[in-house]
Design a protein around this ligand. Structure first.
Ligand code: CA
Length: 232
């Protein structure tokens, strides 16, 4: 399940896309212009944006370019929708920072396939794929976590936190980034909340001897470290 922002000013297309995405299990928010899109993004980062090129006022291209310049939104996956099929326009769309584009009219099956492929590449935690780091295995389909043969019991927030960390191992995530990506809210939740859930996660992981994998990086945030192989 991914959180997807659909930026589209034509109600019929917005509804078609929204219905199909919801049917596939995604959580959808719709914005009809660039101001609404920007305020949605300011509130919570989605996993992906479906962005119409031609919007009233500021265009989808200008919006994509702005997001690419901002550190917080630089890696935001974007699928551009365009009514233009001119090859030069498509090049401009991709240059502006879109990960992919579809020309209207498009098939919703194709849109869903493109979205899946971009998520797999850029936001794998939003898909239901199982993930393994060291002896630690997490399966979103069954909501189970195991450390080797030992089952690990986690609350829902710790589960989402571990899932995000496991999909991005070795990288340091600031508390603000974790609030954005795991909680979906970086404005109204205090950063100390992250510390509380990291502590609970470590406690839960002690049964499988994996607590040490969740590292605190002083002054920067948290990281899930791959365990060093014995004898290495
Ligand atoms: Ca439009």
């Amino acid at each position: 399940m991914a959180r997807i922002l659909v930026v589209e000013d034509e109600p019929a297309i917005a509804e078609l896309v929204t219905l199909n995405l919801r049917h596939s299990g995604h959580e959808v928010q719709v914005a009809a212009n660039s101001q609404a899109a920007q305020s949605a993004i300011d509130g919570a980062l989605p996993d992906l944006v479906v962005l119409d090129w031609m919007l009233p006022g500021e265009s989808g291209i200008a919006l994509a370019q702005r997001w690419r310049r901002d550190a917080r939104t630089r890696d935001l996956p974007i699928v551009m929708l365009t009514a233009r099929s001119d090859e030069r326009d498509v090049v401009q769309g991709l240059d502006s920072g879109a990960d992919d584009y579809l020309t209207k009219p498009f098939s919703t099956t194709e849109l869903l396939a493109r979205i899946r492929s971009i998520l797999r590449r850029k936001a794998p935690q939003a898909l239901d794929a199982a993930v393994q780091v060291g002896t630690l295995k997490l399966d979103p389909a069954t909501m189970r976590v195991a450390a080797g043969d030992v089952m690990v019991k986690l609350g829902p927030t710790e589960f989402r936190l571990l899932r995000f960390l496991m999909h991005h191992p070795e990288r340091v995530h600031s508390r603000a980034q974790l609030l954005d990506r795991v909680w979906g809210d970086h404005v109204f939740i205090e950063e100390r909340t992250v510390d509380v859930h990291v502590m609970r996660l470590r406690e839960a992981l002690t049964v499988g001897d994996c607590a040490g994998m969740v590292e605190t990086v002083r002054g920067a945030g948290y990281r899930l470290a791959r365990p060093v192989a014995a004898g290495a």
